[in-house]
Design a binder for this molecule. Sequence first.
Ligand code: PMV
Length: 319
Amino acid sequence: MKSIASVPGKVILFGEHFVVYGIKAILCAIDKRITVTSQFLDEPKIRIKSELGNAEIDLGVLSSLNSISTRFMKPFFYIVKETLKEFNVNKGIEIILKSDIPAGIGLGSSSAACVAVTASVAGLFDRKSKEQVLKRSIESERIIFKDASGADSSVSTFGGLMSYDKNGFEKIDSKNNFSFIIANSNQVHNTREVVLKVSEFKNKNEKLFAEMCKQEEGLVREALLRLKENDLNKLGSLISENQELLEKINVSTDRLDLLIKEASKTSYGAKITGAGGGGCIICLVDESNAMATLENLKKISDCFIAKIDFGGLIYCNPS
Ligand code: PMV
């Protein structure tokens, strides 16, 4: 028997960095997915295969996760360990990950992988609710990133749009029909380092930063209204205003600025998504300007179109 689960990646529409200081962010699931297939093995082994690498351990080693050297695989082994414990079973399992979410550019691929592995492995025994899957996948992420907010996993699990702050997340009831052109700067970034840089900026510019937080809060408040109206012109301007704030806290780069400048010629608005310092930008588009934006950005970057994903976690095999 195979258990298959598929989970979307995400973009941040508003509020990255400021969310760290208590401001609401708005996230959106995108139709780039990771699909995980699990099945029992006859041997007492846990085997993980992915485009980013493979790992295999004996069942006995599951109890000592610290000895596992491949860092990004640890959450997956944790998920297997907890699931086997929960169902009181000691059996080998093979897990295969296939992803069309580009990794390492802030599109939520690692969180989506944790959600999909949790759902797929649990599905070998009993299908879990989305809430239960989310809980375990956040626990697993915190094995390697103890401050993980859970925002990415939440939007990947439930799909659609959501607002998020330290008090939790709220689904945004939306039937929006916009899309994004996502352009990769091909500059490697490190979220932790960029977050630290922003905290240094804040410490040196307390008053200015407090003012910026207020501005971001205003942008998010207005964006929530405009999302209800599906007013893309206004949403696009808010996105561009958010980009200006991100530039002021120095998380943009020359390369990202160039992509934004090109994107602004045809899209409703464009900004960095995620930590910045590299990674990618999102450009708000619909059918009237998607192709023009894509063609233009293609000349200078790796880019693709992404739609909103409303499905979130999906089990792909019959129950
Ligand atoms: O790089 P990403 O997409 O994981 O986004 C990080 C978002 C930040 O606001 C910069 C950090 C955070 O933990 O919220």
